[in-house]
Design a protein around this ligand. Structure first.
Ligand code: ADP
Ligand code: MG
Length: 389
């Protein structure tokens, strides 16, 4: 992968694809993490005397929609960087081109949401060509979008000399270590809603790992496949055979699989609802399992003891609704307590849990891209990585 080390940006106009898909509330940025994560790359280029044209998506608008304007993001960015201005035009438009033509060294222009362009997600070659006029070189730093073959990610990278930004480089290096020569023992902790989202990752990681810990709703598909009674818990009925097959393969590969022993259950997903703890394979109707139970928390912590590599994706329960956040927080604490371990966490909810615990520094790497990190671990590459090679 070509990186910023390979780029002399002096006096150049650099087009940078960032990931400013940040949460907004009442027209203001609620969480600046993604903006802050882009700063090292932007400052490095500005220090070299470049001018910067920034592209990003925000949300899933269907065409131009003021609700998804990047204007509030420009305001937030301007608090961290001088010389920032917002260009309120679709990024492939003539107006946008004219606005950036006159940029001087040290100046930064953030263009409007790339998803206001109908050709963005289709990777329209004509749109990519219009993006390519916006800069002399291209830097891809939007790791969270690197699994999308969109015009502002892949299309434009094919047309300009292209380089990975620091965030992109850091993410790819950190994830590559989970696939190449990881230190053993190696544990993977998976949770979240669905097995079907994570089949590819499980299949690619199984031959490399020693322990697989499964929590979240996806555990119930495995528990039911083994003949357990899971009450009203979420089950993917059409994946029961697959779950059995994955368990057989794990056994053949010598991977020890840990499923929940007990669960915290309720009749409804609601804060403050009455909860009960049941054995994970004997949940009576009308209860549904909404978090791993106390025995499982302890068993998972024990299963993690002594590992040298760990990857965690997906919450252990309905993390958004307390008290069903306790299992996820316990797993976060258990991983954070490990010494001398290479630990990576990815995925929106699991990363939120780590942040809430204030334990980010205790992890080797906290991935900014949920979907992108899973796809990288499944395939060993991404469209946005391939195009920089
Ligand atoms: P991430 O965002 O970390 O990648 P996912 O998107 O795969 O994780 O899954 C997160 C979702 O899974 C959350 O909305 C959470 O409420 C849900 N979930 C986890 N455990 C359960 C459960 N036992 N029952 C229902 N939903 C669950
Ligand atoms: Mg999610």
């Amino acid at each position: 992968m070509r990186t910023l080390q390979d780029l002399d940006a002096r006096g150049k106009r650099v087009l940078v694809r960032v990931d400013y898909n940040v949460p907004l509330k009442d027209g203001a940025v609620q969480d600046e993490t993604r903006i802050l994560e882009s700063l090292p790359t932007l400052r490095h280029l500005l220090d070299q005397g470049a001018s910067l044209v920034l592209l990003s998506h925000l949300g899933r608008p269907k065409g131009p929609d003021p609700k998804y304007s990047l204007a509030p993001v420009a305001e937030a960015l301007a608090r961290h960087l001088s010389g920032v201005r917002f260009v309120p035009h679709a990024p492939g438009s003539e107006e946008a081109f004219r606005a950036v033509e006159a940029l001087g060294p040290g100046e930064v222009a953030l263009l409007e949401n790339v998803r206001f362009e109908p050709g963005e997600e289709k990777n329209d070659p004509d749109l990519a060509a219009r993006y390519a006029r916006l800069g002399e070189v291209f830097v891809l730093d939007a790791f969270g979008s690197a699994h999308r073959a969109h015009a502002s990610v892949v299309g434009v990278a094919r047309l300009l000399p292209s380089f990975a930004g620091f965030l992109m480089e850091r993410e790819v290096r950190a994830l590559a270590r989970l696939l190449r020569d990881p230190e053993r023992p190696y544990a993977v902790v998976l949770g979240g809603a669905k097995v079907s989202d994570k089949i590819g990752v499980i299949e690619n990681l199984l031959p490399r790992i020693d322990r697989l810990l499964i929590g979240g709703a996806m555990a119930f598909t495995f528990l039911k496949a083994l003949g357990g009674e899971v009450g009203k818990s979420l089950v993917e009925e059409d994946r029961l055979e697959l779950a059995k097959d994955l368990l057989r393969r794990a056994e053949a590969l010598g991977v020890r699989v840990y499923l929940p022993q007990d669960v915290v259950a309720a009749e409804r997903i609601e804060a403050g609802v009455e909860t009960r703890v049941f054995p994970a394979d004997a949940i009576p109707i009308p209860y549904m399992g909404l978090d791993i139970g106390p025995k499982t928390q302890a068993a998972f912590a024990e299963a993690l003891a002594g590992v040298r590599t760990v990857f965690w994706n997906g919450p252990m329960g309905v993390f958004e609704v307390p008290p069903f956040d306790q299992g996820t927080l316990a797993v976060g604490r258990a991983i954070a307590a490990l010494e001398g371990v290479y630990s990576v966490v990815g995925g929106g909810d699991s990363v939120a849990a780590v942040n809430r615990l204030g334990l980010k520094e205790r992890f080797t790497h906290v991935s900014t891209g949920g979907g992108a990190s899973l796809e990288y671990l499944e395939k060993g590459t991404l469209p946005g990585v391939e195009v920089l090679e």
